[in-house]
Design a protein around this ligand. Structure first.
Ligand SMILES: O=C(O)CCC(=O)C(=O)O
Length: 394
């Protein structure tokens, strides 16, 4: 998983997700690393670059203000939400499989809208790939957002921060306390603790931990179930953390709606994107079971997802993924390159942002301030699911 082609043109240091993905399996183009003759970019990279926005002045290195950046042309992006608003080429690609949704097991659920309301689309030339426009109410989206930020980042689940600092308990709760302290401070009110002057807890290296909110800013991924070992590129049976029951129920239902039954989610990666993140084109091939799909659910800002082919010599199809949308990558697509070329500017979901007065107020605030996006993608790892038979933890 996560073999990415580094883009020599990408000099921005802000490509957090891509940097994160390359640390484990560093693959660089000749020009990128050594300054040798630049080679032709792949077709995949050519399309990825169409969504690259120059955010820094190349001469001065200074940030270009948002309103002065060259706008990106999104007209080639396939949009399952506005079927009539697609190029003729993309309109041809969109297949309607809504009749596929299994109504026999359809029941009310607190986790998603009634399946009678679901639409299921396919993509021409990609049998086994499905797209379900958000089947969640705003409240249901907020439930998954809260779980992703609060629960799925909690040890013993590992995150990219664990690699540097060791386990960080209650990352979200502590960061939220810092946010509200700062708010109270700016109003001249009382706060429960002084986050700036308080002695910092120590990390696994005996170093003081940075503030929780700055740690949160660096959060790029977390793992559920079998914890993926990024360096060895394997799922180790020795590192299993109980998979959340409600997420299991959700993805099992999604899988059965697209005729992938049985499906047992044994591992998940949660990706945290911010406005400048890019995820390079990669294959997910570390799972023993490749006949079961990756179920990928996203919340927050809109992404341009690239659905590529078995090689990077073929141009990928760019697709909008909005808050609540689900992508089921099975069949051919399970063996194809894919990634996220762009988080669309100022695209944070307006319904999520409205009335943020409940207990997810800070979660939404944190997501919206940097046009963030959360992606939860689940996998069945083993052909005969083990589901953590040895459910011991680090
Ligand atoms: O964020 C997404 O939509 C794609 C995530 C992905 O490709 C991955 O984690 O392998």
């Amino acid at each position: 998983m996560y073999e990415v082609e580094a883009d020599p043109q990408d000099t921005d240091a802000t490509q957090a997700s891509q940097t994160m993905k390359t640390t484990a399996t560093s693959t660089t183009t000749a020009a990128g690393a050594t300054g040798q003759q630049s080679k032709q970019p792949s077709e995949y990279m050519r399309v990825q670059r169409m969504f690259r926005q120059v955010t820094k002045n190349e001469r001065t290195g200074k940030n270009i203000p948002k309103e002065k950046r060259k706008p990106i042309d999104y007209s080639s992006v396939l949009d399952y939400h506005n079927l009539d608003n697609n190029t003729p080429e993309n309109r041809e690609r969109i297949l309607d499989f809504s009749g596929l949704v299994d109504q026999s097991t359809a029941t009310e659920s607190p986790y998603y809208a009634h399946p009678a309301t679901w639409r299921v689309y396919g993509l021409k030339d990609y049998p086994g790939f499905y797209f379900i426009p958000s089947p969640f109410s705003v409240q249901q989206q907020k439930k998954w957002i809260k779980d992703a930020i609060e629960l799925y980042t909690e040890p013993p689940n590992s995150t990219n921060l664990t690699l540097f600092h060791g386990d960080i308990k209650q990352l979200w709760r502590n960061a939220q306390q810092e946010f509200s302290d700062i708010e109270a401070d700016s109003r001249g009110g009382d706060k429960s603790s002084d986050t700036q002057t308080q002695t910092r807890p120590l990390d696994k290296n005996g170093q003081e931990l940075p503030t929780y909110r700055s740690l949160l800013d660096k959060l790029a991924w977390s793992s559920l179930g079998y914890q993926y070992q990024w360096t060895e590129r394997i799922y180790s049976e020795d590192y299993y953390v109980q998979f959340p029951d409600d997420l299991q129920q959700l993805v099992t239902h999604i899988a059965s709606s697209t005729r992938y039954t049985p499906y047992v989610a044994e591992a998940a990666t949660i990706n945290f994107y911010s406005e400048d993140s890019v995820m390079g084109g990669h294959l997910d091939d570390a799972e023993e079971e490749m006949e079961k799909p990756i179920v990928s659910i996203s919340f927050g800002s809109t992404a341009v997802f690239l659905m590529g082919a078995e090689t990077k010599d073929v141009a990928p199809v760019p697709i909008f993924i909005r808050s609540g949308d689900i992508v089921i990558m099975g069949g051919r697509s399970r063996y194809c390159y894919h990634g996220v070329a762009k988080i669309v500017e100022d695209s944070f979901d307006v319904d999520l942002a409205a009335n943020d007065t409940d207990d997810t107020r800070w979660h939404i605030h944190w997501l919206k301030e940097k046009n963030r996006r959360i992606n939860i993608n689940t996998r069945q790892v083993f052909k005969v699911p083990k589901q953590g038979v040895r459910s011991t933890i680090k």
